[in-house]
Write a protein that binds this ligand. Structure first.
Ligand SMILES: *Cc1c(COP(=O)(O)O)cnc(C)c1O
Length: 354
């Protein structure tokens, strides 16, 4: 740190992204990307749009908002676009949380939530998950704070029902409830129908996982018009052109190729069931998952050792040095071929440890 940096960041601990090796020699199962490339129409759309890169993009993102609104049965005024849902989460923390509007989220969840709270000086509570990393909705009912919940949760892969979310939203009418649905398209139940009834619900989704566009950086929120206007106020005070032309073009073409992505999700779900069954045979404990990743614990070696031994064998998974989950690893579901390589290396490691 230089002597010029503001001391208000002295105790800030920045988010640590998963490793992104640029030589691509690993079987990469560490950051929940799709193993499938974007649809070919997306590549064509990007190439075509590149010729207009001398011009600023539409700051309102109207073409894309119209299309998302149509797909999700809402009005364009209910849609907000951001440079990845990470930016969206940041804007939401900025717009709705402060000293007198604290926030609560699970103690084991997406690592960016506490970082944004710290960055913005927002008091936060980490609500412990229950036995087996289960989220008990009762812990959030009538809490009297803003609430952020990833549903399905990461890195556990567990989800709660839309009825449970409704209870949380209904019993906190004076506070914002943000539901981060980054993984909703791999088998979870989305809570979008609740938007019509509750004006304190903000639903966030991303193109990074199900839609194979992590490199394009696009997240979106669906919420009441008033909440979207609040997010707009922040956006137009930070970066009005937050969605690049290439990203907007790619996203529009992505939405036109929905059946391709639905098929890919089916493949991921089949590979997920296959991988869980194979890990079961090896004595692993794996949480049920409605996402494109697994949270699993090896009977023979701790999580950190499994992570390092897999990396030494060319397979990257994610591990956290956090007491409650240090036994566990998060494994992204890739292609069947990738999962077979992963399983082969796991068997190899267990044999050595036995
Ligand atoms: C991946 C992820 C995000 C971030 O997605 P981007 O749109 O790539 O910024 C947000 N929340 C959760 C829970 C995630 O896993």
């Amino acid at each position: 740190m230089s002597r010029y940096m503001s001391s208000r960041f002295d105790s800030l601990e920045a988010y640590v992204p998963g490793e992104q090796p640029q030589d691509m020699q690993y079987v990469k199962l560490n950051t929940n990307e799709s193993p499938f490339p974007p649809a070919s129409a997306v590549l064509d759309a990007v190439r075509e749009e590149a010729g207009r890169l001398n011009l600023y993009p539409d700051p309102e993102g109207n073409a894309l908002r119209d299309k998302l609104a149509f797909m999700y049965g809402v009005r364009p005024e209910n849609v907000f676009l951001a440079n990845g849902s990470d930016e969206l989460l940041f804007f939401a923390f900025m717009a709705f949380c402060d000293q007198s509007r604290p926030v609560a989220f699970p103690n084991i969840s997406y690592g960016f939530y506490p970082v944004y709270a710290q960055l913005l000086g927002v008091p936060y509570t980490e609500v412990p998950l229950r036995e087996g990393f289960v989220l008990d909705p009762a812990d959030y009912c009538g809490l009297g704070k803003n609430i952020v919940i990833a549903n399905p949760n990461a890195p556990t892969g567990r989800a709660i029902s839309a009825a449970d979310i409704e209870e949380i939203v209904r019993t906190n009418p004076d506070h914002l409830v943000l539901i981060d649905e980054a993984y909703i398209d791999f088998g979870g139940e989305n809570c979008l129908p609740l938007m019509k009834t509750y004006d304190n619900l903000l639903v966030c989704q991303t193109f990074s996982k199900f839609r194979s566009l992590a490199g394009g950086r696009l997240g979106f929120a669906l919420a009441s018009e008033a909440l979207i206007q609040d997010l707009d106020k922040i956006k137009y005070s930070v970066n009005s052109y937050n969605i690049s032309r290439l990203t907007a073009a790619a996203a529009l073409a992505t939405l036109d190729s929905n059946s391709y992505y639905l098929e890919n999700s089916q493949k991921i779900q089949a590979n997920r069931a296959y991988t869980i069954a194979e890990l079961d045979k090896l004595g692993f404990e794996t949480l049920p998952s409605v996402t494109n990743f697994l949270f699993t614990r090896c009977p023979a070696v701790d999580g950190g050792t499994l992570y390092r031994k897999l990396k030494a064998r060319g397979v990257l998974v994610r591990h956290w040095d956090k007491a409650e989950i240090s036994d566990w690893c998060r494994v992204t579901i890739g292609t069947r071929e990738q999962m077979d390589v992963f399983l082969e290396k796991v068997r190899d490691i267990i044999k050595g440890a036995g």
